[in-house]
Design a protein around this ligand. Structure first.
Ligand code: SAM
Length: 305
């Protein structure tokens, strides 16, 4: 990918034409990538006039209902069943995790993905993180929305939340996702290297913890870089903590998200704004002043005072 500056762009009509083919990305386009989160159901997307996406990333509710912590030690106080049940026993991850409408979701995604371009190597796709058995339903139902093809992804963790009865049975250490696409293979930035469908799950120790099923930013960044170019649009209809929008911002992609739960929306918006400020300050001053002053207020008082 070649990056060009604004002056070169204005003085060169061939370059301007090439931008629409996706071969060049102007510097000003990189700056203009924007991220917006809406506190609404994705089903109400129309008034927001968001642009169509090269990539939809969605981590859909797993419909596990009140068994969310079923094999997790946090079901018991301090993870020990001798202590009795904790307040997480018999609870849901979030109260929208029981009646998620997959057909409405697929309708939204097929509507909001850009049309298949004539050229090869530029087609859009969606990636859905889901529970293992949801994959079969998604594959079948997606066909009704023209998303005829799929590639399954498995993410391998080096840990498992299913530690209860771990000495009696095989425990799960994988996350599952599907790449769904229409007919042409999706855009694919592989740097000449093979991309395996079994990927490492990089545990996220840097990000704020906002959501019980929050996805690691590094995992999302990797997917965004493979299936989009700078300046492309990513949409997350069920954004939770806003992790997809953060990953898109880090990769200079525009991103739009929906989240119905106000507390998640508020925390996510705060995170997105903080990260925006951080990136802008690093660009302008070479370092993130606001963050540094929060981490070390005493030092900053000395300098400013
Ligand atoms: C599995 S979580 C997503 C977690 C997210 N990937 C993250 O990394 O933080 C799904 C989220 O979708 C939200 N949700 C469920 N139905 C929705 C809808 N119709 N429109 C928008 N958000 C919805 C839930 O409130 C929940 O926070």
């Amino acid at each position: 990918m070649k990056v060009i500056d604004e002056n070169t762009l204005q003085n060169n009509s061939t370059l301007t034409a090439n931008i629409t083919t996706g071969n060049l990305v102007p510097a000003d386009l990189r700056v203009r990538a924007q991220q917006k989160l809406f506190n609404d159901h994705f089903q109400n997307y129309k008034p927001y006039s968001i642009p169509k996406a090269q990539l939809v990333i969605a981590d859909i509710p797993y419909n596990v209902g009140k068994n969310a912590y079923g094999s997790n030690p946090s079901w018991y106080i301090e993870g020990d069943n001798k202590n009795g049940e904790s307040k997480l026993a018999n609870t849901e991850f979030f109260d929208t995790d029981k009646d998620f409408r997959i057909t409405e979701f697929l309708h939204f995604c097929s509507t909001m993905l850009i049309k298949e371009p004539k050229a090869t190597g530029k087609a859009p796709c969606m990636i859905v993180f889901c529970e293992f058995e949801q994959q079969f339903e998604l594959i079948e139902k997606a066909k009704k929305y023209g998303l005829n093809r799929y590639i399954n992804l498995v993410f391998r963790k080096n840990f498992s939340a299913q530690v209860l009865k771990a000495n009696m049975r095989v425990v799960g250490n994988c996350e599952y996702a599907l790449i769904l696409y229409r007919d042409k293979l999706p855009k694919f930035n592989n740097d000449g290297k093979m991309v395996f469908n079994c990927l490492d799950w990089v545990k996220d120790t840097n990000s704020q913890k906002i959501h019980p099923t929050q996805k690691p930013v590094a995992v999302l960044e990797k997917l965004i870089k493979i299936f989009t170019d700078e300046g492309d649009v990513v949409i997350d209809p069920v954004a939770g903590s806003g992790s997809t929008l953060i990953a898109a911002m880090n990769c200079n992609r525009s991103a739009y998200g929906f989240e119905i739960k106000k507390p998640f929306y508020n925390e996510a918006s705060k995170w997105i704004q903080e990260r925006k400020t951080e990136i802008e300050e690093i660009k302008r001053y070479g370092w993130a002043i606001t963050n540094a002053s929060k981490e070390n207020p005493t030092l900053f008082n000395v300098f400013s005072g």
